[in-house]
Design a binder for this molecule. Sequence first.
Ligand SMILES: C[S@@+](CC[C@H](N)C(=O)[O-])C[C@H]1O[C@@H](n2cnc3c(N)ncnc32)[C@H](O)[C@@H]1O
Length: 139
Amino acid sequence: MELKDWDRLFWKRNFIPWDFVPKPHNHLLRYDNEIGLKRNSRIFVPLCGMSGDMIWLANKGHEIVGIEYSEVAIRKFFNINKLEHQIYKTDLQVYKANNLNITIYQSNIFNVDEGILGKFDAIWDRAAFTSIPSQDRTR
Ligand SMILES: C[S@@+](CC[C@H](N)C(=O)[O-])C[C@H]1O[C@@H](n2cnc3c(N)ncnc32)[C@H](O)[C@@H]1O
């Protein structure tokens, strides 16, 4: 699947077949005590879509940095969750919530690196790696 197909097939049709529900993923709830995340961790959420997991993690005090290619998805995330936010432009378009520690970069994940995003304590991958075409997964 090509990158632009995510908008064409899913986001612009408001058809989200990967079972989005506006609450955290079962595994976050189930393994929360075992993951061992330190307080105020900086968490990377690749290919974040409009995942409610970001809200849950941010409400626990963590800093969330998402990457998502689709502007439609990012706008939906802030609208559905009624999150006031700022949009600013560096080399990329960046969306930052005013009252929760959530920042989403609109980008192809292959166009960002540590110099742009900084370092992380943890990565939350939910349907991210598997959304990358198999030939690109070693990049
Ligand atoms: C299956 S969805 C998963 C979304 C989210 N992680 C969740 O749990 O709901 C995959 C998302 O990755 C985005 N995406 C796909 N390839 C991407 C890439 N190379 N860079 C950034 N985002 C990408 C799509 O637009 C889509 O929102």
